[in-house]
Design a protein. Structure first.
Length: 82
């Protein structure tokens, strides 16, 4: 993880972008985190992990719901798969 001010990043954007290919670059404004620069590949990895986490949470919530179970054969028939 690297840290640089927004001013420094603005002054040398190619270097900040190149550094983001190997590690996250935290951009600071007045000494406080303002943004994070990551490579497109890392961004895709993070978004995939987030989506998988949300899917798992939705599955867990659905499993916790009360109510009758619907047999798989009925689900297939309802969807026109059978």
């Amino acid at each position: 993880m690297a840290t640089m001010s927004i001013s420094a990043a603005r002054g040398n954007l190619p270097a900040a972008v190149e550094l983001s290919r190997t590690e996250a670059v935290f951009l600071e404004r007045y000494g406080r985190p303002a943004a994070v620069l990551v490579s497109p590949e890392r961004y895709d990895e993070l978004m995939t992990a987030l989506e998988e986490s949300e899917d798992a949470a939705a599955f867990d919530a659905a499993m916790d719901e009360e109510g009758p179970n619907i047999p798989w054969e009925q689900v297939k028939a309802d969807l026109g798969w059978a």
